[in-house]
Design a binder for this molecule. Structure first.
Ligand code: MN
Length: 204
């Protein structure tokens, strides 16, 4: 079995004006496709590893054969990170979380605005390519941080429930050097219903 590029759950233009159609087309069809193809190439002689979920492969990263670690870190991370990313965006997104997730955010960060500020700062200050993450850590606590390149929170035993791609390929056509504007726009398309589902799955 090889890994497959998932379909986008909306059209390329659905997230406009916050994320433009051309960016989505290239990001999903070229970048995510390349991570998928390169992951499959890296695992082609390792059928037992390829039979696991990508999340389990990344959780077990430290025990992977040395000769595929680099490729799995970059492309397995890239495959998993983008799989999550498309699902936590929605043309009907934005607003604020509710229910158990909202309570947990308030308990951990003080308020939704404090959470948002911490996440936005992580996204804006990640030097070079990377991701900003909202995760459930190994003890079930919430945390926010950034990672470089395609490093996945699964590699340290955390479950990402919301991620923001801050590679230039994610925003440069529309925002050029203005990453903070892209980060601000992102909040208008966050699919909080999906994040709440991810939170519930990671904490039950
Ligand atoms: Mn990307």
């Amino acid at each position: 079995m090889s890994f497959e590029l998932p379909s986008l759950p909306y059209t390329h233009a659905a997230l406009e004006p916050y994320i433009d159609a051309r960016t989505m087309e290239i990001h999903h069809g070229k970048h995510h496709q390349a991570y998928t193809t390169n992951l499959n190439n890296a695992l082609k002689d390792h059928p037992l590893i390829q039979s696991q979920s990508i999340e389990d492969i990344l959780r077990g990263f430290d025990n992977l054969p040395a000769e595929i670690k680099g490729a799995v870190r970059n492309n397995g991370g890239g495959f998993a990170n983008h799989n999550l990313f498309w699902t936590v965006l929605s043309p009907t997104g934005g607003g604020t979380p509710s229910g158990a997730l909202a309570s947990a955010i308030n308990d951990t960060f003080g308020s939704f605005d404090d959470f948002k500020s911490k996440f936005s700062t992580a996204a804006a200050t990640q030097f070079g390519s990377g991701w900003s993450w909202f995760v459930v850590d190994g003890s079930g606590a919430l945390d926010v941080y950034s990672t470089p390149n395609q490093d996945s929170p699964y590699m340290q035993g955390h479950v990402p429930i919301l991620g923001l791609d801050v590679w230039e390929h994610a925003y440069y056509l529309n925002y050029q050097n203005r990453r903070p504007d892209y980060v601000s726009a992102f909040w208008n398309v966050v699919n909080w219903a999906q994040v709440a589902e991810n939170f519930a799955a990671a904490t039950n």
